[in-house]
Design a protein around this ligand. Sequence first.
Ligand code: S3P
Length: 163
Amino acid sequence: MLTVLTGFMGSGKTSVGESLAGMLGCPFLDLDSLVEKAAGKRIPQIFAEDGESRFRALESETLRKTVAKYSRTDSVLALGGGTSCNLEKSLTIWLRTSPETLLQRLQGTAASRPLLAGHDLKTRIAELLAERESAYEASADIIIDTDGLTPEDIAQEIILTAL
Ligand code: S3P
């Protein structure tokens, strides 16, 4: 089964995914990295040269192909913070994280995250969270609150709760 991690930028999808896949002994797939591989360039460059809508098209296409390829194997997939999805036959986990923790974790990361670049970080987090929280919740089979936990703690909690 495909275990899918969703949540805001900085919620720990990649680090938790790596840890969880290591504990389960299965492949880890990172959608952002797969998109970069497909495009042959880094995400900030895709946004700058091709625009967000091209990035979103590439992201959905890469997600579709990845799910088609891996849905019948055990693997862990980390989505991007803005990936829209509603996947059948998979277990989707929302790594719910408070705005305060996100603010701490996202300081200094705007260069690699075009949706944060040039904005006041606290205001931007509040704005995007307000737009997205209901979608994270709607797609989630399980919610894990990540504040104060390490990626390893969170991976353990996922295994105990869900797998
Ligand atoms: C985005 C989140 C990023 C990446 C892109 C857009 C978003 O992934 O997909 O910069 O819309 O929230 P992370 O959540 O892994 O930072």
